[in-house]
Ligand binder design. Sequence first.
Ligand SMILES: O=C(CO)[C@@H](O)[C@H](O)COP(=O)(O)O
Length: 239
Amino acid sequence: MGSAMTDRPACKISPSILSSDFARLAEESQRMLACGADWLHVDVMDGHFVPNLTLGAPIVKSLRKNLPDAFLDCHLMVSNPKQWVPDFAKAGASLYSFHLECLMDDGSSEDQAKEVDSLIDLIKESGMKVGIAIKPKTPAEWVLRFLPKLDMVLVLTVEPGFGGQKFMQDVVGKCAVVRAASKDVDIQVDGGLSPSTIDAAAAVGANVIVAGSAIFGSDKPQDVIGALRKSVEDHAAKQ
Ligand SMILES: O=C(CO)[C@@H](O)[C@H](O)COP(=O)(O)O
């Protein structure tokens, strides 16, 4: 849904729970929502697609039990995204973003595009919203053909795998390519976002902002969330 001031979809701030204290996950998640977060970003890593292990569907199920109304924005950094669709749907994930690179290494291959289409359909039929994530080296043009069926495109502004990395400014221009092709799709940026880097992403059309260390590392997370939102809304109003 667009915001009142602009044609762009509304701003959503999605703190990455990867930066939270996992032993107090429900409490930390509640705290973020109380501080003004719109979504909660859940980083799922399988130790194969990326060199790190995090969490899976059982944790999403527990989060859903504790936070019945929260929007659980799940980013699957896994080699076989099809495998986990039923488990995440059953656990209560709201949105399932998978990496295009798992199914596509040639942006012009019709066979690979069919595989991507069929995974998008499976996710939607399972009752979740669907996003495609792209790593820094993957061209934005590869996602354009899928836009009519997508709720979100996730542009990674770091190499996926770990929180606390430096924002890659040269990558964020991919948001402009996606925004030129769709006014409606949510464009999420993830990696190194903070009040000092947000302008670069907001200026090129990003409207869903993931931030881990900048929000959880602050004494005043509500101020960080407010600053990120203000930048997105100010840039959207200028369009
Ligand atoms: O998916 C990832 C990293 O793979 C991200 O969601 C990070 O967790 C974001 O953390 P910061 O860069 O904001 O600290």
